[in-house]
Design a protein around this ligand. Structure first.
Ligand SMILES: Cc1ncc(COP(=O)(O)O)c(C=O)c1O
Length: 349
């Protein structure tokens, strides 16, 4: 039986034409297309400037590095998130301070954050998991940099104004894709210029610690086509969400965040009874649907911190399942997901 995948990018003929054009131009490394993509993403996100890099993890690392985060500094992260955040902090030898999530929206718990304030705390990374945007002002603190991580939230409107910078990932499964790719956006042009300066090693007058973090023109050409489609992508995601809601809301199985600014549905989150997730995931698979935990592992477990410090993230890690939701999903596949859900949940009622 063929499986409806959990994610699938929507790239087609326009992207193919754009790639061909770049290949035939004879210039395929970082060049004009990357510059155009930076301008376009800055424009679409109402930021003054943007710097393209090779992926979202690098975007996080570079912004923290430019902000001066280093050995001995602390950086706050939520527990229920992508491991990339942990690696970016660790790459700078800074100390990750992992915080539990809020049960109302699954994002970093703003009240628990208060207890982590310290003279060593230099930055907070606020990832908008599943496209959910909490009230961003709750995380602003004098003297602590707020880095907004919109890897899962390209297309959201209520972001990019309260933090020092905003990062995106354009990995294959994200809201728009360049295969691999990332972007740092901000309104402080000098910060973005310094990141551009650090992004490459060649033709520098002075020797200092550098690396190669560039995006190629081939990737950027794909990104430009994708960026032009974001409104349609978001609309299609919302339609699929509504369709699923008809089934799951009626059975009190849909996770719906509260106390938030906005939600662009990057994931469809099903809230399961305790102790059933692994079995239901297998049942979906048997029905030809790839459903998954939306977060692979909790960060505190990598750091061997005790589960009892993270009651909410442990609870949701064990009870939230993500269903296929992306613009490339066909109507027939959406119906297939609902049909499978009917078989799984109605037989239990
Ligand atoms: C919230 C979040 N931040 C950062 C990243 C890292 O992005 P990349 O995979 O492009 O390095 C991801 C990727 O999944 C993510 O979900």
């Amino acid at each position: 039986m063929s499986l409806v995948p959990h994610s699938r990018p929507l790239v087609g003929e326009e992207e193919e034409r754009a790639v061909k054009r770049v290949i035939h131009s004879g210039y395929i490394a970082q060049g004009n297309e990357v510059e155009k993509l930076e301008k376009e993403i800055a424009r679409l996100t109402s930021n003054k400037s943007a710097c393209a890099v090779c992926n979202g993890t690098t975007a996080l690392k570079l912004i923290l590095q430019i902000l001066g985060v280093g050995k001995g500094d602390e950086v706050v992260l939520p527990d229920y998130t992508c491991t990339a955040l942990l690696y970016a902090v660790r790459a700078l030898q800074a100390k990750p301070r992992i915080i539990d999530i809020s049960s109302s929206h699954l994002q970093l718990d703003a009240e628990k954050f208060q207890a982590f304030l310290s003279p060593h705390l230099k930055a907070v990374i606020l990832p908008y998991m599943f496209g959910i945007i909490p009230r961003v002002e709750l995380y602003q603190r004098e003297g602590i940099y707020l880095v907004e991580d919109a890897a899962q939230a390209f297309g959201a409107k209520q972001i990019g104004r309260k933090g020092i910078a905003l990062i995106y990932s354009f990995y294959a499964t994200k809201m728009i894709t360049t295969g691999e790719g990332g972007m740092i956006c901000g309104n402080d042009i000098s910060i973005i210029e310094r990141i551009k300066e650090l992004r490459e090693y060649d033709k520098k007058d002075e020797y200092s610690l550098r690396f190669n973090y560039k995006m190629t023109d081939i990737q950027a050409a794909i990104g430009l086509v994708q960026a032009g489609k974001i409104a349609g992508f978001v609309e299609r995601r919302k339609k699929i969400q509504e369709y699923y809601d008809d089934f799951f809301l009626a059975r009190d199985l849909a996770f719906k965040p509260s106390n938030i600014e906005e939600w662009i549905p990057y994931r469809y989150l099903v809230k399961l009874p305790p102790g059933t997730l692994d079995r239901i995931e297998k049942e979906y698979r048997a029905q030809g649907i790839d459903a998954k935990r939306p977060v692979f592992q909790l960060l505190h477990r990598y750091l061997k911190l005790p589960d009892n410090l993270y009651p909410e993230s442990v609870k949701y890690y064990d009870s939230i399942l993500s269903l296929p939701l992306y613009p490339a999903l066909k109507d027939g596949e959406v119906e297939q997901v609902v049909e499978a859900s009917r078989k799984i949940f109605e037989k239990k009622c």
